[in-house]
Each structure stands twice: as structure tokens, then as C-alpha cells.
Design a protein around this ligand. Structure first.
Ligand SMILES: [Zn+2]
Ligand SMILES: [Zn+2]
Length: 225
């Protein structure tokens, strides 16, 4: 498999559609690209049967992408990007489309800068399934090994520059304010900045509840597709 070819196709999409934050809205991207996304459950019985025969998850007919809305939201995101992979790579290869889907949702460089190695945390920060998170983490480990030995490739540099934030002078794929002091937190799913994330001490019970609420709210927000 030509990983750099896949990364290049993804880089072009990031660039053209100004995707510089992860996770991004998959249906929004596809609609902006001119596809219309339709739920299996909204189809007539005969069409529904036909789609299910083609794929349990998703299928593409012309510029319409049908997806099985009975699956989990994270699996749907993967299936939609899998379909986009077939289109962007002009390939019917399933392994290539899977690599495309995993890489566009959780590129190795972003996994690396998240500093996460726990699969569940990776799945949460990128809003992907555990299975996809495991694959993304393993791919990231291989990528880090290759960068240490051979350096970054041209397309790696393109992706790095795309996500490079001039203000803080680093690779940034996610920015959230600290739930307590509003300091900006980069590339992390933690609700608190490093200063506030210290043993309870000066944070009141009320603020603790507020932080728990913000955590819950984040999971509703990122629970979307
Ligand atoms: Zn496929
Ligand atoms: Zn703080």
C-alpha cells in the first residue's frame, strides 16, 4: 500500500476544505464536497434491502452516500470516510479505503502530538471507535519509527505545515479553554490546564461540579457525527 499517496490525498482535502481541527464534521465535509448523505432508515424497503446487500455500513451511488444509521456514531464516521477514501483515491481496494478513513480521522502526526497511548483516550479525542483508535495508534508507532530513522517525507511536512499554528509555533489540531481559568489547552481532551489540574486544593465543590458538567457536555458534543 502506498501510504504517502493516501496521505497526500488527505492533505489535499484538509487544505481545500480548511480542515485544521480534529475531530471534524464528516457529514458536513461530504455535503460541502457535493455529496448528499442519506440514512438507510429513510429509504424505501426495496432500496434499504439493496443497500444492505451492498454493505452493512455504507455505500455510494453517484453522488449519494448511504449509511446505516443503526450503527454507532463513531462507526458511521469511519464508514463515511471509508466511502470518501474509495472516491478520493479512485480505488476499490478495501484496505486502502480503511487506511484512508483511519488516517483522515486520526493522522499519525496528530496521534503523536496528543501524547496519548491509551486506546480509549485516543478514541475519545478523535471521536473514533476503539478498533480504529488501536489501528491509528499502531500506525502512529510505525510512523514515529520511520521518522526517527529516515525523517519526515514531503507529504508529512505538508501536513505539519497545514496544522502549524503561527501564534504558538507548534502543531495544533485541537484548542479548548480550561474549564476553570480559560487558559487555552492544546491537543488535549483534558478539561483543565496544567496549573488547574492539581490536587483539589483551591477548587471549590461548585467548580468541580461545573467541570464534571463540561466533561459531560463535551461528550455529547463530540458524540455527534
Ligand atoms: Zn469499501
Ligand atoms: Zn486552568
Amino acid at each position: 500500500m502506498d501510504y504517502d499517496k493516501i496521505k497526500y490525498a488527505i492533505y489535499l482535502i484538509y487544505e481545500k476544505y480548511a480542515i485544521n481541527r480534529l475531530p471534524f464534521d464528516c457529514i458536513g465535509l461530504l455535503e460541502t464536497m457535493g455529496f448528499s448523505c442519506k440514512k438507510y432508515s429513510h429509504l424505501s424497503e426495496s432500496k434499504y434491502e439493496a443497500c444492505l446487500r451492498l454493505s452493512e455500513d455504507a455505500c455510494t451511488l453517484g453522488n449519494e452516500i448511504f449509511y446505516n444509521d443503526k450503527k454507532s456514531k463513531r462507526r458511521i464516521r469511519f464508514s463515511l470516510m471509508h466511502e470518501l477514501g474509495h472516491l478520493a483515491l479512485d480505488s476499490q481496494d478495501e484496505a486502502e479505503a480503511n487506511n484512508f478513513a483511519s488516517t483522515i480521522l486520526a493522522p499519525s502526526m496528530a496521534v503523536y502530538y496528543s501524547k496519548l497511548s491509551n486506546i480509549r483516550e485516543i478514541s475519545n479525542i478523535f471521536n473514533i471507535s476503539l478498533e480504529c483508535a488501536k489501528y491509528a495508534y499502531e500506525t502512529c508507532e510505525k510512523w514515529v519509527y520511520s521518522v526517527k530513522h529516515y525523517g519526515m517525507t514531503d507529504v508529512d511536512w505538508k501536513i505539519y505545515n497545514h496544522f502549524y499554528d503561527e501564534e504558538v509555533r507548534k502543531f495544533v489540531f485541537k484548542i479548548t479553554p480550561c474549564a476553570y481559568c480559560d487558559t487555552l489547552i492544546y491537543n488535549s481532551n483534558k478539561p483543565l490546564c496544567e496549573c488547574c489540574d492539581k490536587p483539589v486544593s483551591n477548587i471549590s465543590r461548585f467548580d468541580r461540579q461545573r467541570i464534571d458538567f463540561i466533561n459531560a457536555e463535551n461528550s455529547w458534543l463530540y458524540g455527534g457525527i
